[in-house]
Design a protein around this ligand. Structure first.
Ligand SMILES: [Zn+2]
Length: 424
């Protein structure tokens, strides 16, 4: 790997990744930087100081996004945006999101060192609350800047009852001023994101980096099933309306549905469950759980969702339960722009290694940005495919290659004279 030379500065990049990982650090390699938390703020301020150090004009917008801007020779032109996020899962790792923001800073710094003046403005962005684990709804900052927030989002509360509105205010943001942080239509020329793969595909292929073809669409639901509580010692089995037994059957149904079409990349998961009253000797009265269903093929996902709803209805009837379903997120698959993939392919071939193309199962801020501009993504190999965990690991050699491809792509993109006409 050392034989591959890159234009970016790996040592500098590695130092920044290491320094940022100390904020909200848990154990040896874990990170907990929940969105809009004290640790998140500290991280944002650190990254902001690096942006300023290299000469970007940096600010925190009212959605909690950190933006570093390089004006270029036509400040009024649509911006080329590069970025990702620096918030983490509660028990997360140091690479998810972070390499996309720090890699973008590195790519820009390398361009600056080559005395290039971009024709259009370049912005490096660390989006606020990509993960969604604190308020059960992610991609907040990216949805914010393109005007895709939903009714009632600011009133969503975390486990401690703190609403997003309050958390934003505590972060120094003003929800009353959201409008001023939005981008006008056509204001973003293109978006590029570097990210860890968070899956095992690149490792299995023996490839350090990959070019993303698109992002599969997640459906997130919260299901609540309600039965009747009772003493576990006195209510006979045939007279029970046990909400947890019903929920267990639906969870298994989801697992089986997601496997039902051989070869399909469909994935279905229940990752969170809460039982009321949660006691050893009371029959569960109420259970709520999350559903996460993803697919590249939207029609197939719709079909599976219908079958899941039928399993929910049938099980509820069988066990005398009532239920509600709340849709938290519903995104369709979104494909990367061909012309950006073309540049990446071209640049990757000059790196002298095969760079495979692959879909993204996880969603990213790029998914949101795809609604307002063309986008491209680069993946970096994840060891054992692990992410959202302290064991998450990508080598600095791999990250450097990914960052270099990002840099090469930006550089090429800026030098294209037909740039204005290359996208709709
Ligand atoms: Zn991420």
């Amino acid at each position: 790997m050392n034989s591959l030379s890159v234009s970016i500065n790996s040592t500098r990049l590695q130092e920044r990744i290491q320094t940022l990982s100390q904020i909200g650090r848990i154990g040896e390699t874990g990170v907990c930087r929940l969105a809009l938390s004290k640790e998140d703020y500290e991280g944002v301020m650190l990254v902001k100081s690096w942006m300023e150090e290299i000469g970007l004009k940096a600010k925190l917008d009212d959605f909690g996004n950190l933006i570093g801007r390089w004006e270029g020779s036509h400040p009024e032109a649509p911006v080329l945006m590069l970025g990702s996020h620096i918030d983490s899962q509660p028990y997360g790792g140091r690479f998810d999101g972070a390499i996309g923001v720090l890699g973008a800073i590195e790519a820009v710094q390398t361009l600056m060192e080559q005395k290039i003046t971009p024709a259009i403005p370049i912005e490096v962005i660390a989006f606020c609350d990509e993960e969604g684990s604190r308020f059960n709804k992610g991609l907040f900052g990216s949805r914010g800047i393109i005007g895709k927030l939903e009714e009632g989002e600011l009133e969503r509360a975390d486990k401690n009852g703190i609403t997003r509105r309050q958390a934003l205010l505590d972060f120094g943001c003003d929800p009353e001023r959201f409008e001023s942080s939005r981008y006008p239509e056509g204001g973003i020329a293109a978006y590029l994101e570097l990210h860890i793969e968070q899956g095992p595909v690149l490792e299995a292929k023996g490839s350090p980096i990959g070019i993303v073809t698109g992002i599969s669409g997640p459906l997130w639901l919260t299901v609540e099933m309600t039965g009747v509580a009772g003493h576990t010692g006195s209510v006979p089995m045939n007279m029970r309306q046990d909400a947890l037994v019903g929920a267990a059957k639906v969870i298994i149904a989801l697992n089986e549905l997601a496997r039902s079409e051989p070869g399909a990349p469909t994935v279905g998961t229940v990752g969170s469950l809460s039982v009321f009253p949660d006691s050893i000797n009371i029959i569960p009265e109420k259970v709520s759980f999350t559903v996460d269903l993803r697919d590249i093929d939207l029609n197939r996902r719709h079909r599976l969702e219908k079958r899941l709803m039928k399993a929910l209805a049938d099980t509820s009837e069988e066990h005398g339960l009532s239920y509600t379903v709340r849709e938290d997120t519903n995104s369709e698959p979104r494909y990367c722009a061909d012309w950006i993939k073309e540049i990446m392919r071209d640049k990757a071939s000059s790196l002298g290694i095969p760079v495979p193309e692959l879909m993204s199962g996880p969603f990213h801020d790029a998914l949101v940005m795809s609604y307002v501009c063309d986008y491209g993504m680069i993946f970096v190999r994840s060891r054992d495919g692990i992410s959202h965990n302290p064991k998450e690991y990508s080598s600095i050699e791999d990250i450097s290659l990914g960052t270099d491809l990002l840099y090469q792509t930006v550089s090429q993109l800026l030098s294209e004279t037909q740039w204005e006409g290359a996208h709709e």
